[in-house]
Design a protein around this ligand. Sequence first.
Ligand SMILES: [Zn+2]
Ligand SMILES: [Zn+2]
Length: 270
Amino acid sequence: MEVVILGSGQDGGVPQLGAERSVADPRTASSLAVLTASGSIVLFDASPDLRVQWLTVAPRPIAAVFLTHGHMGHYAGLMQFGKEAAATRELPLHATRRMLTYLDSNEPWRSLLFERFLADVPLDPGVPVSVGGDLTVTATAVPHRSEFTDTVGFSIAGPERSLLYLPDVDRWDAWDARGYVGRHDIAIVDGTFWSEAEPPGRSIADVPHPTIIDSMERFADLVDDVTIVFTHLNHSNPAGAAGSAEAREVHRRGFLIAEDGMRFDLGGRS
Ligand SMILES: [Zn+2]
Ligand SMILES: [Zn+2]
C-alpha cells in the first residue's frame, strides 16, 4: 500500500495568486492519496488542484474522501465530484459532524450531498474507520482556526506501517503533540512557515502555524524512529526551495520537505 503526496503547498498553492514573488518551488495545495490493494484511491482532503493532482494516480477510481477541515485548500475540490464533472454516485465523504453541517448548510456543497454525488459519513475523533479491509483511518481533533469547522489530523494505518497526516495546526503546545507524532512510522505535518518573521504583509498571529524551526527543536529526538516530513508550505517558505540553506538544514537535522508526487510505502501489496 502506497501513500502519494498529491500536493505539498499551503491552501493557495505555490505560486500564490497576487503574490509578487514566490520563494518556494511550485506546489499544488496539500492533499494525499492512499493507493489501496484493490486498485482504488482514498483521498485525504480535496484540494482546489484535485483535477490535475488526480493525473498523478490516474486512472484509478476514487473510493472515498476524508476531510481535515473547512479551509479552502482542503475541501474546495469537492466541486469536481458534481454534475458538471465526475458526477460520482454516493461517494463516501468522511468528515466531522461540524464539517458536514457546514457543507450541508452552504451551496454549492449542499447540492453535492442532497443530489447524492457524495454520501456523508460522520467521523468521530478517536474511533477507527476501516476502509477496504487493510486500511484503518482514525481522526484526532487538533487546535486550528475554527471559523467554520473543527479540524482533525488522520492516523492512516496500512498493513505494516502507519502514517500521520496533519497539514494544519495552530500550535504544538497545550496538547500531546509529541506523543501523537511519535506513535507513527511516518508523520506528514504542518510546515507552513520557516520562521515567525516570514508571513508576507501579515502577522503570524493572524495565521497561526508552528514554524519549522520550532518543530525541528521539539521533535529532534523523534527522527530516529519517525520519518517526519514538512508539508503545506507557504509560497514565502525558503525551506520549500530545493537546495536552499534552509532546505539543507532540514535534511541535516534528519527531517524531510514534502514534494508533490513523493511516495511512502505502508507495506502489503499496492
Ligand atoms: Zn491549510
Ligand atoms: Zn486551515
